[in-house]
Design a protein around this ligand. Sequence first.
Ligand code: 1GP
Length: 246
Amino acid sequence: MNVEKLLTEIIEKDGVAHLTLIDPDSQTAERSAEIAADATVGGTDAIMIGGSVGAGGSQLDQAVLAIKERTDLPTILFPSGVSGLSKHADAVFFMSLLNSRNVMYITTHQALGAPIIKRYGLEPIPMAYLLVFPGGTAAWIGDAKLIPREKPELAVAYALAAKYLGMRWIYLEAGSGVEKPVPTSLIKSVKEAIGDTKVIVGGGIKDSVTARKCAESGADAIVTGTVVEEGNVQPKIKEIVRAVKK
Ligand code: 1GP
């Protein structure tokens, strides 16, 4: 399975892909697998697995294995560092937190993780990770110089830099569980500037109206995580998927 190709084909066909983020540190492996199974029935396109704190080691391995038993959808790791790698997943968002102040999150974890990714046979998907205010736990961990919500030109500058560096995916992140997602004006400016480079938007998207606004502003993929941890996974995902797809 080539996960990047699959996601690209979904975006070409449906306009937008929906990704469900599961943090293995938030519940048992069995519950993570149940969420993945319900999200699959709800119509999500892929399962992202990761989290800022504690999503590593055997807990991560067990979650990935349990999830793979309950769904045939691609599993994509979303690591906060080198410890977020598991040989059981299909792919990994190979991301650099471009607006970090700390070189660890820009290139060091990447250098330490690359040989492991090769050994595990994971598919790396090159991605720029950009943290927009307020940024949540990810911003604290990643020592981010947050992009102000009212400064889309700064997001555009970083997104263009990512494109020119050869990254094919750009993740605009407001932070998991935050009150306000990435502003639609900022998504629009970024998408207009980078053209066919794919834009993923996540953080604080809790309902179908917000998800649709992000999609209409130019997001190629929408990520929801926290909303599925609160239960009622299948109907919630179904509603969001229906709102964002053509
Ligand atoms: C976090 O963007 C993701 O990295 C998802 O955010 O948990 O707020 O859906 P939520």
